[in-house]
Structures are given as C-alpha cells and as structure tokens.
Design a protein around this ligand. Structure first.
Ligand SMILES: [Fe+2]
Ligand SMILES: [Fe+2]
Length: 296
C-alpha cells in the first residue's frame, strides 16, 4: 500500500495538477483563447457544438456525483484522500465544460434546461446504472463503474475530440488536454486500488461484470445515436460551404483513421473498438472478465 499512498497523495496531485499542467490556465486553457468566431456565429455549427458539450457536462456531472459519493464508502484513508482530489477534478470538468456552453452563448439561467433537453437518454441511463451502485455504497462496483468504465470511455472520447480540434480550435483542445491528463490519473487509481479488493472479494466478480456489460451497452448506444444520426455528414457538407480549403494542414488522425474523411460508420467503429479494447485490458489487469455487450 506504500506505493499506492505515494502515487495518489494530495501532495502529488498539487504538484502535478494545479501547480503543474494547470498552472496559469483559465477554465482549462491559456487566458485569452476563445472559441473560433465561426463556431459562435454560425447557427448550425454552434448548435452542434452545444449538443456535443452537453454530453460532456452530463458525463462529468455523473463523475462528480460518483467520486464524491465513493469517498464515504472507501475502505481506507488513502482512497478517501485520492477520491477527494478526484472530486475536485470532476467538479472542475463540470465547470470548464459548462463554461464552454456559456462561451457558445448558452445563458447561465438556461444551463440546466439545456442539459436536461439535450443529454442523450442512453448516456443518462449509463450514469444511472453507476450511481445506483454508489447509492448502495458499493465501493468495488462504484470504482469499476467510475474509474474503469466511465473514465475509460471519457478518456478515449476526449482523445478523439482533442485530435480533431487541435488545429481548428486550440482553446477547446487545450481544455481537453488538461482533462485527459486528469482522467489518466483516475483510471490509474481504479486499476491500482481495485485489483486487491477483487482478490479479497471474488464473490463480487459476477455482478460487477454484469454492470460493465450494461454500462457498455448504453455507451455503445450513445455512440450509435451520434454517429448514425447523419449529423457528421451534414456538418462536413456545411463546413465545405462556409470554409474555403486550407491547404497544408495535416489531417487529424485517431488510431490510423483520418478523422476528416472517414465515414461515420468508420468513426463509430474506431471509437467503440478502442474503448472496448481498453476495458478488456484494464479489467483483465484487475482480475475481471470483460463481458461483450449487446450491439445497439
Ligand atoms: Fe472527468
Ligand atoms: Fe475523471
């Protein structure tokens, strides 16, 4: 447990995060950076950016509720302190993505209504499955659901988004980069802490695996809703009309897929396969068997 204490202490968190990669940032990005003017002015692009950002706010609100709820059912002090740092990270994520909605023109008084209206129902169900475990003070299931499943998903989604935004929207890309660094720490905690608990409580395996299967289904259904809605093709076509070609800009790539040109189907597949592959690896490391979800 000594290494564990060292790697996830509040001291380490202070040095690497607020005093490290977040030093001198403002809502997660260098001060002065703004959303591209086109995104704020063009009704279609703005609407799409709002709808995407709402999913991030919804996911992070769930992570905030889960990590804070898990503090009081953690079996040891080191985990409680780590989860306290994670709670602040997740609260920050809620804040910076909410701030992005304000930057895109959402009024503060309308935030909750906009989130309730646009949050994908499958993502909402995904969150409920996790929060039911947290409400029952089920630490093992809660940490697997939060730090392996939810954050494994968030990590890959943020990386894909970061890749596609880094040329066209440095402000959002920088916001995502800090979040990715946080999520990497959270996923690491999940693996490090939960492995020994699974060994101590092998009787918990079956229902934790069942939770993973259910959450994975709702995650895939969330991806399907987005990638099969036609929104990506519509957005690309619209962009070709309003933005002249900028030659010399390298195409964004994610696991060998050209994000600017791949079909929606290929984009959905690369994201789903990456996340499920990560689940398989991480669950294997903590002694759980990955369960293949149903296909939406
Ligand atoms: Fe987060
Ligand atoms: Fe997280």
């Amino acid at each position: 447990m000594a290494d564990f204490l060292e790697g996830y202490s509040i001291q380490r968190w202070l040095e690497s995060c607020p005093q490290g990669y977040l030093a001198d940032t403002e809502f997660g990005h260098p001060p002065g950076e703004r959303e591209p003017e086109l995104l704020v002015k063009d009704p279609m692009l703005r609407e799409q950016a709002i709808s995407l950002t709402v999913q991030l706010v919804a996911g992070e609100r769930c992570a905030l509720a889960a990590s804070s709820g898990l503090i009081n059912c953690a079996p040891d002090e080191a985990s409680k302190r780590f989860l306290a740092t994670q709670t602040l990270d997740e609260a920050r994520h809620v804040e910076i993505f909410s701030q992005r909605l304000f930057d895109l023109g959402v009024k503060k008084a309308e935030l909750d209504d906009v989130v309730a209206q646009l949050a994908n129902p499958n993502l909402v169900r995904f969150a409920e499955i996790l929060l039911e475990k947290v409400d029952k003070r089920d630490f093992v299931a809660g940490v697997v659901g939060q730090n392996i499943v939810l954050e494994g998903m968030a990590f890959s989604v943020f990386e894909m988004l970061h890749e596609s935004m880094k040329v066209g929207n440095p402000k959002f890309a920088h916001t995502l980069a800090g979040t990715i660094a946080d999520e990497r720490r959270h996923v690491g905690f999940g693996e490090n802490r939960i492995g020994s608990l699974i060994i101590e409580h092998p009787e918990r395996k079956a229902d934790v695996q069942q939770m993973q299967k259910e959450m994975s289904y709702h995650m895939l259904a969330t991806f399907a809703d987005r990638f099969r809605s036609g929104v990506i093709d519509a957005q690309r076509e619209h962009l070709r009309e309003v933005v002249p070609d900028t030659p010399g800009v390298p195409a964004p790539e994610y696991h060998g897929v050209n994000l600017a040109e791949a079909s929606s189907e290929d984009l959905e597949n690369v994201l789903a396969n990456t996340v499920l592959g990560e689940f398989k690896t991480r669950l294997g490391r903590i002694g759980l068997e990955y369960q293949t979800p149903e296909q939406p």
